[in-house]
Design a protein around this ligand. Sequence first.
Ligand code: RB5
Length: 149
Amino acid sequence: MGFDWKKQKIAVGSDHAGFDLKQEIIAFLQKHEIECYDFGVYEKTPADYPSIAKEVALAVADHEFDKGIIICGSGLGVCIVANKVVGIRAVTCHETYSARVSRTHNDANVLTLGARVIGTDLAKEVVLTWLKTEFEGGRHQLRVSMIEG
Ligand code: RB5
């Protein structure tokens, strides 16, 4: 059975800096009929990125969602936080090559974006590439297994 990229359930979250891009990405996912859940924030009031990133990462690690997308200003803070959660392989990608190999080689399960770094159209392309690309397994499976001992 082939990989049906449209059947994935995606957890999405952002801090205030990522709010506008989060809204765009959620609308984009909905347009593609991909099931997603918005973990907030729901307004642009300054919010602490570690809280939202941890919530999304835990939901993915608990297998409530297949993957997560977390957005902050740089994409970096939320990536650091998400990677503290056991079972999470979070990557910051601002171009499609990294988005693709983070899936084929690293089986990344959280994508982080920096709303102050990337434009909306490129962010959508990155998201689409990341969601459509399947993990290659094989020699990469052993390496991914080694990440958490
Ligand atoms: C907020 O100003 C900013 O620090 C945050 O969005 C993020 O970029 C942190 O890594």
